[in-house]
Design a protein around this ligand. Structure first.
Ligand code: ACO
Length: 333
């Protein structure tokens, strides 16, 4: 069984409640139908009930009737959710009138459903930009205790099984922090190691990437990676981690041995932490397109509840897979 099948299998029958706030959108509704049919999750669909039902009929989707549908505009509990939002954000200057308007936004309502305990997780982004999906999550559910920065990892499944662990590597941060500090990079390393273990099922060996290996170049950006590596070791002394390493020294055994002798992970890394969002985002897209790798994610790490963001170019299968990952996260895996 391949990794994504395993992730889906683990979700089946666990009855987690996942919100899809873009339920009027075709790929989302088609994915919802399969998710319900395969018993991957119980779904809460946000959108106009008549539109969702008419679309389901038009596209011949047979299982949508089993989902809970919440209309964000004709919502009898609008005041209740607005009051909750006001309580959470009043110290940031939010007024009750602004809160009443915001709860009509499906992306805010979805996160409020999680905050009030009515849902276990959310998947969105088929129709909305990453920032618009993340902002309500950051503002309302916030980060896990001890974590200051949310990040986004991709599980890369390569055709060439010689890399990583049997072809599986975790790349981060590919989705959130444009210019992370050393502390944020350390948190990204620790969180990505957890994702590697919990979602990808691999024993993490973390490389902190740079354009330099073990002092081959001198620059403040190199110093930042060295500092981040030390901080990550402090945060988790058990972690198998090393840096700074160039990408070839991280993943090719002969080069790792030569450039970083004695390193516990050089040449055999399976978790790659990139120094910036530019490098992480570009790298995962190049590996996906040029090497034909499967890119599963982004899996958001560090949020107090499982909320995941799709690419707007996503397919129906991508949505089903990310819902299954979200269920796995909600199950604490
Ligand atoms: N982790 C946790 N909380 C955060 C983070 C973070 N990484 N970044 C911002 N926040 C919090 C802030 O503390 C703030 O909370 P507060 O209002 O309670 O004080 C709130 O989020 C809003 O913060 P802003 O600074 O106003 O952040 P902004 O909304 O401008 O931007 C965002 C945050 C949207 C995540 C921004 O960093 C961003 O756009 N990142 C890039 C996203 C992207 O485009 N990724 C590439 C595409 S994804 C892909 O290809 C798969």
């Amino acid at each position: 069984m391949d990794l994504i099948q395993l992730i889906r299998q683990r979700a089946i029958g666990t009855n987690k409640r996942i919100v899809l706030p873009e339920a009027e959108e075709e790929r989302t509704l088609r994915a919802a139908d399969d998710i319900i049919n395969e018993n991957i999750a119980h779904l809460i669909l946000i959108g106009n009930e008549n539109t969702i039902k008419a679309n389901a009929k038009h596209w011949d989707l047979k299982h949508i009737a089993k989902a809970t549908i919440i209309d964000p505009i004709e919502n009898p509990r609008k005041q209740y959710f607005a009051d909750k939002l006001f309580e959470i954000r009043k110290n940031k200057g939010l007024t009750i009138d602004q809160a009443l308007k915001l709860v009509e936004n499906p992306l805010y309502l979805a996160v409020l459903l999680i905050k009030t305990g009515e849902a276990d997780g959310e998947v969105a982004g088929a129709n909305n930009a990453t920032g618009d999906v993340l902002r309500p999550a950051f503002q309302i559910v916030k980060t896990k205790p001890g974590i200051s920065s949310v990040s986004g990892a991709f599980i890369m499944v390569l055709k060439d099984k010689n890399f990583g662990q049997n072809g599986v590597l975790v790349f981060a941060d590919c989705a959130v922090n444009p210019d992370p500090t050393a502390k944020e990079l350390a948190e990204i390393a620790v969180a990505s190691a957890n994702t590697a273990k919990a979602i990808a099922g691999i024993e993490p060996r973390v490389a902190m990437l740079s354009f330099s290996t073990k002092g081959s170049a001198t620059h403040e950006k190199v110093d930042k990676i060295v500092e981040a590596t030390a901080l990550a070791k402090e945060m988790n002394p058990e972690l198998l981690i090393d840096g700074e390493l160039q990408a070839d020294a991280a993943i090719i055994e002969a080069i790792g041995r030569k450039k970083a002798p004695g390193s516990p992970i050089a040449g055999i890394a399976n978790v790659l932490v990139f120094p910036s969002l530019e490098s992480g985002n570009i790298a995962y897209k190049l590996v996906q397109r040029l090497a034909g790798a499967e890119a599963i994610g982004p899996v958001l790490q560090g949020l107090a509840a499982p909320i995941n963001d799709l690419s707007r170019g996503c397919s129906v299968e991508d949505i089903i897979n990310l819902v299954a990952i979200t269920v796995n996260q909600a199950n604490g895996e």
